[in-house]
Design a protein around this ligand. Structure first.
Ligand code: SAH
Length: 225
């Protein structure tokens, strides 16, 4: 991981110590067998990939500054949501971002990927599952998970047509969402959605990306993603 993180730092993808410290605690070799330290996305089955390390790093770099809005917050009350948790890599990173203090809900709709993600996490972070600091759900993530919200951070690992209102509603005041938007792979962008302390929502279009789609299980299994 050290060499990979040094590369991402030299490439100016990773800019902050908190992201270095977070990713250093989560060995990508637990989540993908082949070439875990190369900066590429890789196929994990069922027509989807584990995101490239630079995308995981961007997600953490974009999301982590919003934690400053919660400086007086009891860290144990942090609730984060990771929709399309797949391999489980970013789900663990989100927990590490707050030193395993809160609860991260990871949602994956393909049962086999849900099981694989769980097994991957169990290799070195089983305690987080046992202590329910990571809650993995096997269901459709398009409606989020209202029961444990509101969420201070929401990461969406698959692209939607537009920012889903239901997820904005589950974002806490002061919270931030990272979500790829656009069904056309040539025109897909990360949107950063902020909800301020008064509840006003702003959206910013940032980097151009290439994500699989946030879709139904049936469409994904047919390869329409
Ligand atoms: N963030 C993960 C996976 C990225 S790929 C990683 O880096 O490993 C996108 C993931 O979203 C896939 O695992 C796919 O199965 C899942 N997905 C797509 N649509 C979904 C939906 N409606 N509900 C839950 N998960 C979904």
């Amino acid at each position: 991981m050290k060499g990979l993180l040094t590369k991402l730092y030299n490439d100016k993808v990773i800019k902050t110590q908190i992201v270095v410290d977070t990713m250093f605690q989560v060995d990508r070799a637990d989540f993908i067998e082949k070439d875990p330290y190369s900066d590429d996305s890789q196929y994990i089955g069922f027509h989807v990939v584990i995101s490239a390390p630079h995308m995981h790093a961007y997600a953490l770099e974009y999301l982590s500054p919003a934690l400053n809005n919660f400086r007086n917050f009891n860290p144990k009350n942090f609730r984060f949501l990771d929709i399309g948790s797949g391999s489980g890599y970013l789900t663990v990173c989100l927990s590490k971002l707050i030193n395993d203090q809160g609860i991260v809900v990871g949602i994956e709709h393909i049962p086999e990927l849900f099981q694989k993600g769980k097994k991957n996490i169990e290799k070195h972070h089983k305690n987080l599952l046992d202590e329910k600091k990571i809650v993995l759900l096997n269901c459709d993530g398009r409606n989020g998970y209202n029961q444990l919200g509101p969420y201070q951070l929401i990461h969406v690992g698959a692209a939607a047509e537009k920012v889903p209102k239901v997820l904005v509603d589950q974002l806490d005041k002061g919270g931030r969402m990272f979500i790829p938007i656009g069904l056309d792979l040539d025109n897909q962008w990360i949107y950063i959605v902020d909800k301020d302390l008064n509840g006003n929502v702003t959206m910013k279009k940032t980097i151009s990306v290439c994500y699989v789609l946030l879709t139904s299980k049936e469409k994904q299994l047919r390869g329409e993603c």
